[in-house]
Write a protein that binds this ligand. Sequence first.
Ligand code: FA5
Length: 346
Amino acid sequence: MESNRIQNLKNQAISSILEAQSDEELEELRIAYLGRKGRITQLLKEIPSLSPSERKEIGQLANDAKNAIEQALADSKRAQVAKEIDIDKEWLDVTAPGKRPSVGHLHLVTEAIQEITTIFEKIGFTRVAYPEVEWDWYAFEGLNMPENHPARDEWETLYIDHLENKKYGHAVLTPHTSSGQLREMKRLGKPPIRMLNIAKCYRRQSDVSHAPMFYQFEGLVIDKGINITHLKGTLDYFAKQYFGPNRKTRIRPFHFQFTEPSIEVDVSCDICQGKGCRLCKQGWLELGGAGMVHPIVLKNGGIDPEKYTGFAFGWGVERVLMMKAGLKIDDLRLLYTNDLRFLKQF
Ligand code: FA5
């Protein structure tokens, strides 16, 4: 096959296209050159049978010819349309740029989850996911909260009717990601564990800082010699990475049945700069709880508490997102209204 033949074919096609007077003629030319049995299409089919040295050069030329013919057809069609419009009555600027299709972006909460994941992956945490519909044992009993224990009240749990497991009890909509602690211990069988469980949680709650469906991120680290300074260091690292170096966090003693000792962590409010507002009330917003994993929980997960210790923390994704500098979202439920006017601002 000679390169001249391809060049001639291309020139012939383009000059015929330039002379064409109607859409029909253009379509005939398209079929003659680029259709299933068209001359350029045939030529492209012959390429695989050429010698390797020829294949590259001829392939390139044939493709160039195909692109040039396609371009000439498109330009001609545009010119044809312009001709058909009565310029005196209707004015069309065929050179005006087209309208850009609007491009969306990920939801703010999805972006926050990605950012949180990246921060923890940098220090060796592995992201996991566990069921949204969970057994009572993983959500409460195995976490040292037996049935009828008053501590359960705080979770305002949604139970699922008529679904029960003989060993693990009722089915619930996961009220917190701490159920993932026991699942991870059982999955891995033995430390070291460095888990990051980010999942949807459900509670019967709704106000400026609570939604019935929200996300938590749960960290769990278990190994020999893990102590509370590792927990404090990890939480400080996260706060610095996520909020920047200048924001203040504070820890308060607290009580959870599944950690001992337990703490809660607050961040200075970005909405009111710590003065107190309708969201935070007193200048600090609670982000979540944390503590050293209770020996009973380690035992329930099949891990020897004489050999190993660990820490855990569970924070709200929406809460940390709302406290990011400059976002100024003062009602958590706004994130889930699906109102584009709200979402487009970010
Ligand atoms: C817990 O859920 C514990 N599992 C946290 C934990 C994990 C403690 C590991 C110790 C060790 P709490 O109920 O306080 O704790 O919830 C933790 C965080 O989840 C809250 O501080 C808040 O940031 C977020 N949160 C809780 N309920 C809601 C809700 N309804 N809407 C939005 N965020 C919520």
